[in-house]
Design a binder for this molecule. Structure first.
Ligand code: PEP
Length: 253
């Protein structure tokens, strides 16, 4: 069975005080042993600060993005090597907000995935279609193209990471894909990965898009949904703990 993962993406939210309070609240409600992996993607400035208290709970900490190059004249950017240096273990690549707001193309996403793997960071590759693309009947084609653009460059090295299916129309909108809609895309993604060999067939496929305690159980009950990438609800420790508990109760063993 693929690894089960619940990951929180704080986007550009949070402060040192908020992070400390959040991790203290997680510690309070933490149940051992955990039967799924938990990851946190805070803003980059909070990553070094999160490492120690998160590691104490077995929570991995990751970057929301990394630059393709290892160093150089790229003012304001952060390299995957720098993230590893401060203790990060994962990075998101290709989040739809970066594709849309920062103009990241499939080629950029592939280059950032290469950078992550080069430095020893595990990439979580985000893919997903817009509402217009879904309405036009192109959802699967779009997701396949996004996935294959990266697979063409890194091949089965992506087995070190994960894929997050995040329909753009469901991110931060309160609108969740139905468990059936999400599962259908997860099966399509799994088929693409499996066709490239058994290592890729075991890559965890997470769902993301307005996941909350109220809808998590029904999503996790689906066979090919191996976890969740949670945005808004991950800022609330009680909600995040409830989503983790839903994964452990309703996810695949
Ligand atoms: C995300 O940021 O990846 C996300 C899925 O956000 P939200 O849960 O807020 O829709």
């Amino acid at each position: 069975m693929p690894q089960r993962i619940v990951a929180g993406n704080w986007k550009m939210n949070g402060s040192r005080a908020q992070l400390a309070a959040f991790l203290a609240a997680l510690r309070q409600g933490w149940a051992e042993p955990r039967r799924c992996d938990v990851l946190l993607f805070p803003p980059a400035l909070l990553v070094p600060e999160a490492i120690e208290p998160a590691s104490a709970l077995g929570i991995g900490v990751g970057m929301q993005t990394v630059h393709p190059e290892a160093s150089g004249a790229f003012t304001g950017e952060l390299a995957a090597e720098m993230a590893v240096d401060v203790g990060a273990s994962w990075t998101l690549v290709g989040h739809s907000e970066r594709r849309e707001l920062c103009g990241e193309s499939d080629e950029d996403v592939a280059a950032r995935t290469v950078a992550a793997l080069r430095a020893g960071l595990r990439p979580m590759l985000c893919v997903g279609e817009t509402l217009e693309q879904r309405r036009a009947g192109n959802a699967e084609t779009v997701v396949r193209e996004q996935l294959e653009a990266v697979l063409a460059v890194v091949g089965d090295e992506l087995a070190a990471g994960a894929v997050a299916y995040e329909p753009v129309w469901a991110i931060g909108t309160g609108e969740t894909a139905s468990p059936e809609t999400a599962e259908a895309m997860h099966v399509a993604i799994r088929d693409i990965l499996k066709a490239r060999g058994p290592r890729l067939g075991m890559v965890p496929i997470l769902y993301g898009g307005s996941v909350k305690p109220e809808n998590a159980a029904a999503l996790f009950a689906k066979e090919d949904i191996d976890g969740a990438l949670v945005g808004g609800a991950s800022l609330d420790a009680a909600a995040f703990l409830a989503i983790i508990a839903a994964m452990e109760t309703h996810g695949n063993p």
